[in-house]
Write a protein that binds this ligand. Structure first.
Ligand code: ADP
Length: 228
């Protein structure tokens, strides 16, 4: 077990300029998530959930503070180093699956691995194992349009963890699904977190699903606050 959180936000600030106004979205935000922990983020629309996920996922640079991935500070890194770290250590799942329509489920999960430099055979083997684990053993060759909404989202989860990241960030991953399907996809996601020791931060409006995660946080005045 590592002695560092998989994801650590330290005193993070993020301000957007709106004409002459400065819109302070994050201000002194602190958050630690340890390997194997799942954290739900519940906050009203506009509170800054997506901003926090983008900053945590090294897609956006904070204006203040730092984001540490397994103890590695990122504020001083150049764009190339941040991108390299993001590719290997961070997985994203969005509300809409964003799978490539002309590729099969298996190929969609292979692509990020091949971008990282794995051979087709290696990437295909891991993609198959992940899809099997996520209950898609009979769907390897299906294209996104041949899959249900829940299946598409499970493929998106497999793709997000294809490179074995430490951190999984999800923005309303079940927001577009009916309640029963959302429940199923969510179960799969939390199971994956436990089995692989991922650290997961999931923005959701679904209180039932949030209740099943290890911790719940919200955003208040730009800070992350634990809500039990
Ligand atoms: P949430 O995900 O909680 O709905 P967001 O992080 O998307 O909230 O947005 C928080 C606030 O920051 C919103 O008021 C939004 O309008 C503003 N915002 C987000 N991105 C930008 C941007 N690139 N430029 C200016 N304002 C932005």
């Amino acid at each position: 077990m590592s002695d560092q959180p998989a994801l650590l936000l330290r005193d993070v600030g993020r301000t957007y300029k709106q004409g002459d106004d400065a819109l302070e979205i994050l201000c002194g935000a602190d958050l630690s998530i340890w390997a194997g922990q799942s954290v739900a983020m519940i906050a009203p629309s506009g509170a800054g959930k997506s901003t926090l996920l983008h900053v945590a996922g090294l897609l956006e640079k904070p204006d203040a503070g730092d984001v540490l991935i397994a103890g590695r500070a990122t504020a001083g890194m150049d764009d190339a180093a941040r991108t390299a770290l993001r590719r290997t250590e961070i997985g994203f799942v969005y509300q809409f699956h964003h799978l490539l329509p002309e590729f099969s489920a298996r190929e969609n999960v292979m692509l990020p691995q091949m971008i990282r430099g794995l051979t087709k055979a290696e990437a295909g083997k891991r993609a198959g194992e992940l899809l099997d684990f996520l209950g898609l053993a009979k769907r390897h060759g299906h294209r996104p349009s041949e899959l249900s909404g829940g299946e598409q989202q499970r493929v998106a989860i497999a793709r997000a963890v294809a490179n074995g990241p430490r951190v999984l960030l999800a923005d309303e991953p079940t927001g577009n699904l009916d309640p029963k399907t959302a429940d199923h996809v969510f179960d799969t996601l939390t199971q994956l977190v436990r089995v692989t020791g991922l650290a997961a931060l999931v923005a959701t409006h679904n209180m039932d699903l949030a209740a099943r995660m290890d911790r719940r946080v919200t955003l208040r005045d730009g800070k992350v606050v634990e809500v039990g």
